[in-house]
Design a protein around this ligand. Structure first.
Ligand code: NAP
Length: 285
């Protein structure tokens, strides 16, 4: 169905700097057209220093809601009236909606991350995931693993100080006791104990497609009962995923997370079920 912008059309969008690369406008406008609802989703490039002015402008324009990408995911927090418990724990928001006189925010990356794992129907309380990396995305992955029921979560990083800060940042949350931090050198011993390994580092992302976060010694320990999950979606199959795929393991790339976090955001704004398959098709090659 063709999307027609009228005088009554309600506004949604994504703020970031840059936003030109974002797949969200294609994905959201495909769902909006399919549903035949009177909305449009726009790319909204906002420089870091202009965030406050932009949000005030959105109120004047009557925006219904918006997604947030780099570099505004943390800096938006003081501008919101209400933040969901997930977003509070992660310390970042990716979805905002108008709520009375102000704005509310949440982080749908958690829902996006867990969606393909829930389909596998495992007893997650018996699984200790290994998360590679301790940046922004790793925070949503930690909360996702905890929501799935994992009582122990291993986070592997390359910088001891940042790792310690990462662990400490959870001290006021119920997750604190569940998280243990390790250096990459511990991986050969950790891998045989786990059946979920999640790459949240950008290693292997286009154009550095020949790189993997795993050393040969770790690759040698991979078995077919491991689930490998890479948050990267370009390329479809990173070297990291290929290393697991070669051993017969289940592999998941970041595309489904991207689609499902978008679907969860659109459901919040439209307050109705959205056509996930249409969104998936719109950005699939
Ligand atoms: P970030 O905040 O910059 O964190 C990156 C993490 O990776 C940091 O802990 C960093 O370590 C680590 N790292 C970077 N290079 C490394 C290397 N060569 N070896 C080992 N560790 C390394 O980035 P982010 O926002 O978390 O994003 C990470 C990845 O997830 C990106 O590829 C992004 O595209 C992807 N992502 C995908 C989705 C999705 O929907 N599929 C959503 C969010 C993010 P240090 O802390 O030591 O620097």
């Amino acid at each position: 169905m063709t999307q027609i912008i009228k005088g009554t059309t309600k506004l949604l969008g994504v703020i970031g700097h840059p936003v030109e690369h974002s797949l969200s406008p294609v994905m959201h406008n495909a769902a909006i057209a399919d549903l035949g609802v009177d909305y449009v989703y726009l790319p909204l490039p906002i420089k870091p220093d202009d965030l406050e002015k932009a949000i005030a402008g959105f109120e004047v324009l009557g925006l219904v809601g918006f997604n947030i990408t780099i570099p505004h995911k943390q800096s938006i927090l003081p501008l919101l009236n209400h933040i969901s418990p997930e977003a509070e724990m992660i310390g970042a928001v990716n979805t905002v909606w108008r709520d009375g006189d102000g704005w509310s925010g949440t982080n749908t990356d958690v829902k996006g991350f867990v969606a393909p794992l829930q389909d596998l129907q495992k007893d997650w309380s018996q699984i200790t995931p290994i998360i590679l990396g301790n940046g922004g995305a790793a925070r949503a992955v930690v909360v996702g693993c905890w929501q799935l029921g994992c009582s122990e979560i291993i986070v592997v990083g390359r910088n001891q100080d940042k790792l310690k800060q990462f662990k400490q940042s959870w001290c006021n949350t119920p997750l604190y006791e569940s998280i243990s931090i390790h250096d990459f050198s511990a991986l050969p011993n950790l891998i045989p104990e786990s059946i979920l390994v999640v790459n949240t580092t950008p290693v292997g992302m286009y154009p550095e497609v020949n790189n993997s976060p795993l050393e040969e010694e770790v690759v040698a320990k991979i078995t077919s009962d491991i689930i490998a999950y890479d948050l990267i979606y370009t390329p479809d199959s990173t070297k990291f995923l290929q290393e697991f795929n070669n051993k017969g393991a289940i592999t998941i790339n970041g595309l489904e997370m991207l689609i499902q976090q978008g679907a969860a955001a659109l459901e919040i704004w439209l307050q109705q079920v959205v056509p996930v398959e249409v969104m998936r098709k719109s950005i699939s090659k």
